[in-house]
Design a protein around this ligand. Structure first.
Ligand code: NCD
Length: 304
């Protein structure tokens, strides 16, 4: 029985395999409609979500399976003081696979050690978000056709942005990658992420506070929201929240074939005027999330 807690739980060839299946699902959805008949997915979301939870549920429905779960801690027995381990032990008796989001870093890992069914980390605090990364990888593969020799700019809240941490871990395994880390001083990438992936793999990188300055170099621009819920005080959030706002004006200096990604939700970091630019891929990216999660569910349930 396998879980997905960290993107590095998957080998490069397993990631390729998931992408191949996701692309096949996009081409031939009818071949997958009965694959998970009589199987159930539980979505246990102790933190808010739109895309991740609904795309997991839509994914299971499109595979012919059923879904159950809760979308806030207050509507579950957590509100009565139940531990995550106990919740998991119980839900494992009702569902075949569990997708779980939790504000505490490491909670899905702890859950996976207690669970009889596969656990998928759907985001743990400011730590990791491996299925968003699979979504990002599918988008990069479809839009750029390769994972190699890309200069990837990551912009915004690199400190608390879990999608950034998982994407860096994943992309650090490919050849010819360069990272450009764009953030305010206070929201810089944590040194553990830099040490364990970028430096460990000998990847070229630079850090800057200016998006404008590096725009012409980028093949991928990954924008992120300042993670309000992880701040200790409102004042800091208010001061930092609008550090970067992508506009059509700023995009003028970007490569013609650069792609703009964002895990969403967007707050202010991308002006809506950018949505019509052909380089804006974030809504497509959100849609691809469903297909890669279908592929992941099939893999973890061992369905052929
Ligand atoms: C992200 C998350 O939850 O970390 N959202 C998502 O899953 N698509 C990004 C965010 O909340 O800013």
């Amino acid at each position: 029985m396998r879980s997905l807690i960290d993107i590095l739980d998957l080998s490069l060839s397993e990631i390729d395999e998931l992408i191949t299946v996701a692309n096949d699902i996009i081409e031939n959805p009818e071949n997958y409609r009965e694959k998970c008949r009589y199987k159930k997915l539980a979505t246990l979301f102790f933190e808010p979500s739109t895309r991740t939870r609904l795309s997991f549920e839509a994914a299971m429905m499109e595979l012919g399976g059923g879904v159950l779960g809760f979308s806030e801690a207050n509507s579950s027995s957590t509100a009565k003081g139940e531990s995550v381990s106990d919740t998991i032990a119980v839900v494992g008796g009702y569902a075949d696979i569990i997708a779980m989001r939790h504000p505490k870093e490491g909670a899905p890992l702890v859950a996976s050690m207690k669970s009889d069914v596969p656990i998928i980390n759907a985001g743990d605090g400011g730590h990791n978000h491996p299925t968003q990364t699979l979504t990002d990888l599918l988008t990069i593969q479809r839009e750029k056709g390769t994972f190699e020799n890309l200069t990837i700019g990551l912009c915004g809240d690199l400190k608390f942005g879990r999608t950034v941490h998982s994407l860096i871990a994943a992309m650090s395994r490919y050849k010819g990658i360069k990272f450009v880390l764009i953030s305010p001083e206070e929201l810089k990438l944590p040194s553990y992420v830099k040490e364990s992936h970028i430096k460990a793999q000998g990847i070229e990188y630079k850090q800057t506070t200016s998006l404008e300055e590096v725009m012409p170099e980028l093949d991928v621009l990954y924008m992120t929201r300042v993670q309000k819920e992880r701040f200790f005080n409102e004042e800091d959030y208010l001061r930092l929240k609008d550090s970067y706002i992508l506009t059509p004006e700023k995009l003028k200096n970007a490569k013609e074939d650069m792609i703009v990604l964002h895990p969403l939700p967007r707050v202010n970091e991308i002006s809506t005027a950018v949505d019509d630019d052909k380089r804006a891929c974030y809504f497509k990216q959100a849609k691809y999330g469903k297909y890669i999660r279908m592929a992941l569910i099939l893999k973890l349930l061992g369905v052929e």
